[in-house]
Design a protein around this ligand. Structure first.
Ligand SMILES: *Cc1c(COP(=O)(O)O)cnc(C)c1O
Length: 493
């Protein structure tokens, strides 16, 4: 199977190459030239598998240039019981006969990004070897919180890779900052940046596209790659849990195989929900994919009207990982839904970059609406959802999951709903305490962790509990103009 760019189908390459490159040189994103469809017996078989077996099955369908042994070693190394706090990395909890939670935050950094970022570094190092690139991969990350830590943890001490993370020094939570500045590993480096997330992001993008920097790195034996969800290697592992979640309901007799199930997904960059669409195209009986947004509801408006318009106010919310106005992976959806109409996708993307907006044809919009529904929850509704899940079910959810919980009620169909729970409530103790009606005043966030634990009886994850005591390794805060210099310093160039 080969991969093509969403903007030019003449650009064709292997999956290994697509993973090393991250993004196509024409600005497009890589997708497999077709989606493998499962036979009924294959579907039945994958639905009975445990997580690791299902991951091997799904990955081998897409990474056809990887050997079975390579896939097995990547999967085996990534999804260990030790890293995911038990045998099943993605357990499903039942709230009632219609509502189930797919918990994706049992990994080392307590957010769903771990599901992909624990395996991406392994896929990447195998891919680099295949490409005989013989270079050390440098992962450059701009983060608003969750991605940076998950990437650091995934790449920590991975041979043949180094990682540099920039975060807005005043723009992340205390827990998130401590997670990053206390990071271990001999190949990791973290800098605070004076500025906001956009400054981090534009700085990183500028460096990734700077031919002088790229040449200097090449002379030193280095090559850049991406850990962002534009990278196919980050997307494909996320297809797996749609199958295992459906399988869990089937195994427990909650559904019969073939029954449609809706998935409600708290959405930012559209990566997670796109993985659900890929699972559907492979043959998983998905009813609706419900796209849940916070106050930054650019996707809700798009799915309702067919107009994507990023020219609007940007809100900082209690679900920061969904505070996004450009959802990159929507480009992949449009390619898939137009049978690979690369010129059309290119046209929309050019309009987006020129005018900040585009309108899709009505046939495409109808296609999208036949699979997706959408809704949003504002800040008040999000807090209310945290309170309701707790009072009704004794179940504690974080603000991102709460957005999905709230939208689930608005978009209910006859089908059962699986809500994707994307972060541990302990990553956002203040919002969670407020949501369940507790006092959230404290001098540090760590006090709030303890308060949430004593209130709910749910233990603080060990990786967060020990944070306050860990030594700070990365106290450096730099300016945007100093980013390149800091990278050179770390790489010894
Ligand atoms: C990244 C993230 C999301 C959004 O996922 P996308 O793939 O970007 O749509 C939702 N919730 C949490 C906690 C996240 O970290």
């Amino acid at each position: 199977m080969e991969y093509v760019s969403t903007r030019n189908k003449d650009i064709r390459l292997s999956s290994a190459r697509a993973i090393v490159r991250g993004i196509s040189e024409d600005g497009g994103l890589f997708l497999p030239e077709y989606i493998p469809e499962l036979t009924d017996s294959e579907l039945k078989s994958v639905l009975s598998m445990d997580y690791r077996a299902a991951a091997r099955f799904v990955l081998s369908r897409f990474l056809t240039d990887f050997t079975d042994y390579e896939i097995e070693s990547c999967v085996g190394g990534a999804y260990t019981g030790q890293k995911f706090g038990g045998d099943n990395p993605a357990p499903v909890k039942k709230l009632d006969d219609d509502k189930y939670m797919l918990e994706l935050w049992h990994g080392p950094t307590c957010a769903f990004k771990d599901m992909a970022l624990q395996i991406l570094p392994r896929l990447l190092t195998v891919a680099v070897k295949k490409e005989k690139a013989d270079k050390t991969v440098v992962i450059l990350v701009a983060t608003s919180g969750d991605t940076g830590k998950a990437a650091l943890e995934g790449f920590c001490d991975v041979e043949g890779a180094k990682i540099v993370v920039f975060y807005p020094s005043e723009g992340v939570s205390e827990v998130q900052k401590m997670q990053m500045v206390t990071q271990g590993g001999s190949n990791t480096c973290v800098f605070g940046l004076v500025g906001n997330f956009d400054d981090c992001q534009s700085g990183v993008k500028q460096i990734l596209g700077d031919s002088d920097v790229i040449k200097k790195l090449a002379r030193g034996g280095y090559v850049f790659s991406s850990a962002n969800s534009i990278n196919w290697g980050r997307l494909v592992p996320q297809v797996v849990y749609y199958f295992t979640a459906y399988g869990a309901l089937a195994k427990n007799g909650e559904i019969n195989i073939g029954d449609a199930v809706d998935f409600v997904v708290p959405t930012g960059n559209f990566g997670d929900i796109l993985a659900g669409y890929i699972a559907k195209r492979m043959g998983l009986p998905v009813g609706k994919l419900v796209c849940a947004s916070n106050t930054n509801k650019v996707l809700t408006d798009f799915i309702e009207t067919g107009v994507y318009n990023k020219n609007r106010d940007f809100y900082t919310t209690t679900s920061p990982s969904m505070d996004i106005l450009i959802s990159s992976n929507l480009e992949r959806l449009m390619f898939m839904m137009t049978d690979g109409n690369a010129p059309l996708v290119s046209k929309y993307m050019a309009q987006l970059s020129q005018d900040g907006a585009y309108k899709v044809e009505s046939s495409l919009l109808e296609n999208i609406k036949s699979v997706f529904s959408a809704g949003f929850a504002d800040e008040r509704e999000t807090a209310k959802a945290i309170g309701e899940a707790y009072s009704k079910y004794g179940y504690v959810i974080d603000p991102h999951t709460a957005v999905a919980y709230s939208v689930a009620a608005k978009c209910k169909t006859d089908a059962k709903q699986i809500i994707l729970s994307t972060a541990s409530p302990y990553k956002f103790p203040k919002s969670v305490l407020c949501g369940i009606g507790e006092n959230a005043d404290a001098s540090t966030e760590f006090e709030l962790l303890c308060r949430l634990e004593s209130k709910t009886g749910m233990p603080v994850p060990p990786s967060l509990a020990c944070l306050a005591k860990r030594p700070v390794r990365f106290a450096d805060v730099c300016k945007k103009q100093q980013m390149t210099e800091r990278i050179y310093g770390f790489l010894g160039l």
